[in-house]
Write a protein that binds this ligand. Structure first.
Ligand code: DHB
Ligand code: FE
Length: 281
């Protein structure tokens, strides 16, 4: 039986990818962040997952305003790295896990989550920056990755509750996969930030702390946050945090927080990171 052993939450700031690619991680601006991920890299090397399910959002790389799937599950064998305007990041291509991905599609669609199935797509910083932070700069990513892209770009994005329930359905799907696989779920994006308009640059440390404190022990308090409150308290891009709730929904309530990092600012963003081990097995 496949099993979800942990959840990882992390912001996906594109400048972090630039810092990795240009060898700037030990510069004063970036070193607190990258030093904070040393423990995470060690932890994931010890976990040695067979598959990562990576919940992220595309930033008009694979999709555009012409086509806006709410939830799009990658069932492909591999994913090329997107050129976001300054050349594709020099990171390995992403290898998928079609067998588990199709199994998840089958299970969650029959559980009435009407996913979009994707057989070809390029992946952008939303997916590659979390991989770089957790795995560093290997010649090949150490395990297959199943991308789950969520629309948090064009209103209306899915609700926090819908995301949490989808996470629950993914947990059920993974646990009914016959092969013994250790699966780690990444929930990415956030924390508070806004990239446009008069409130450009807002960061709300109290809101972010509330989110970090509650996602493990009290996710109900976060599921209840509506879109207007995300916008008001966490800025327009703060809505990316609903993706953390898919990760949380995929875990049990028997959790241990093994690592936390919060650093402000990274680029325009409050950077948050958590590792939650699932002890239910
Ligand atoms: C920034 C953050 C994001 O989440 C993003 O997608 C693009 C830019 C930033 O802080 O610069
Ligand atoms: Fe983003």
């Amino acid at each position: 039986m496949a099993n979800i052993t942990a959840g990882v939450a992390t912001s996906h700031v594109p400048l972090v990818g630039v810092a990795v690619d240009k060898g700037m991680t030990q510069e004063e601006y970036f070193s607190p962040l990258f030093d904070g991920f040393e423990k995470s890299k060690q932890w994931i090397a010890e976990q040695d997952p067979d598959v990562v399910i990576l919940v992220y959002n595309d930033h008009a790389s694979a999709f555009s305003l012409e086509l806006i799937p709410t939830f799009a599950l990658g069932c492909a064998a591999k994913y090329a790295i997107a050129d976001e305007g300054w050349g594709a990041r020099p990171v390995p291509e992403v290898i998928g896990h079609p067998q588990l991905a199709w199994h998840i599609a089958q299970s969650v669609i029959l559980d009435e989550f009407d996913l979009t199935i994707v057989n070809k797509m390029e992946v952008d910083h939303g997916l590659t920056v979390p991989l770089s932070l957790m795995f560093g700069q290997p010649d090949a990513w150490p395990c297959p990755v199943i991308p789950l892209a969520v629309n948090v770009i064009q209103f209306p994005p899915p609700t926090g509750n819908r995301c949490f329930q989808l996470g629950r359905a993914i947990r059920k799907a993974v646990q009914s996969f016959p092969e013994d696989l250790k699966v780690v779920v990444f929930g990415t994006g956030g924390m508070s930030h806004q990239l446009q308009g008069p409130r450009n640059g807002i960061i709300n440390q109290a809101f972010d702390k509330f989110y970090l404190d509650n996602i493990g022990p009290n996710p109900d308090s976060l599921i209840a946050i509506d879109h207007e409150r995300y916008l008001r308290e966490a800025g327009s891009e703060g809505i990316e945090l609903v993706m953390w709730l898919i990760m949380r929904g995929a875990l049990s309530d028997d959790l241990e927080e093994v690592h936390r990092l919060y650093h402000v600012p990274v680029s325009n963003t409050a950077f948050g990171h958590l590792i939650l081990e699932d002890k239910s097995d």
